[in-house]
Design a protein around this ligand. Structure first.
Ligand SMILES: *[C@@H]1O[C@H](CO)[C@@H](O)[C@H](O)[C@H]1NC(C)=O
Ligand SMILES: *[C@@H]1O[C@H](CO)[C@@H](O)[C@H](O)[C@H]1NC(C)=O
Length: 179
């Protein structure tokens, strides 16, 4: 009786350590791969409006609108430890109020097995490009970057930035017409 219990116990312990070991190998075999990839971005249409921000203080803040092209091949990022990719496009810029502003404009999930060769033209952003003041009008350096989180089967992988960047400027004047 006693020895059966003990035996069951040691089988369980053994099974658990094998499992932990496999998980570790799965993680270790992929953690050192180079996940950096190239991305080409371009902005097509860029305008800025000055509108009341009802979600904040009702003051008139800058709201940017842009459409963009994005080309990248993420096929090489998928290996047996990659379950899905979460990609997002961020705009970074400097204003008088803040040294660094970061706004996520668009995102997308790509599951393993889905087409990972992206060639988007003239895409609209998914999220509003609000500035918390008037930092967009005439801003000469807004930088778009593509980043992705790799969601693995085991382990943790860092947040990666694709190599391509694209900088653009906002116009000197507000657009008042509807778009
Ligand atoms: C995308 O990358 C994969 C592997 O890195 C390559 O085999 C494939 O040909 C590429 N596809 C395109 C359209 O560039
Ligand atoms: C534009 O901003 C990016 C970072 O947001 C910086 O790396 C780059 O040097 C800036 N370019 C110019 C021309 O100021």
């Amino acid at each position: 009786m006693h020895s059966i219990l003990q035996r069951g116990n040691s089988i369980l312990a053994y099974a658990l350590s094998v499992l932990a070991c496999l998980t570790f190998i799965c993680f270790a075999s992929t953690v050192l791969l180079n996940y950096v990839t190239d991305a080409k971005m371009n902005t097509v249409k860029v305008v800025v409006k000055n509108v009341p921000d009802y979600s904040a203080s009702r003051e008139r803040n800058d709201l940017g609108f842009l459409t963009f092209d994005l080309t990248t091949n993420l096929t090489g990022l998928f290996n047996w430890n990659v379950k899905q990719l979460f990609l997002y496009l961020t705009a970074e810029y400097k204003t008088e109020n803040n040294e660094l502003n970061q706004v996520v404009l668009w995102d997308k999930i790509i599951l393993r097995g889905e087409n990972a060769v992206l060639d988007f033209k003239n895409m609209n952003t998914k999220y509003y490009f609000w500035d918390d003041g008037n930092g967009l009008i005439a801003n000469k350096n807004i930088t778009l970057t593509l980043s992705y989180n790799i969601i693995p089967n085991a382990g943790l992988l860092p947040n990666i930035f694709a190599k391509g960047r694209h900088s653009f400027k906002f116009p000197m004047e507000y657009t008042t017409t509807r778009m």
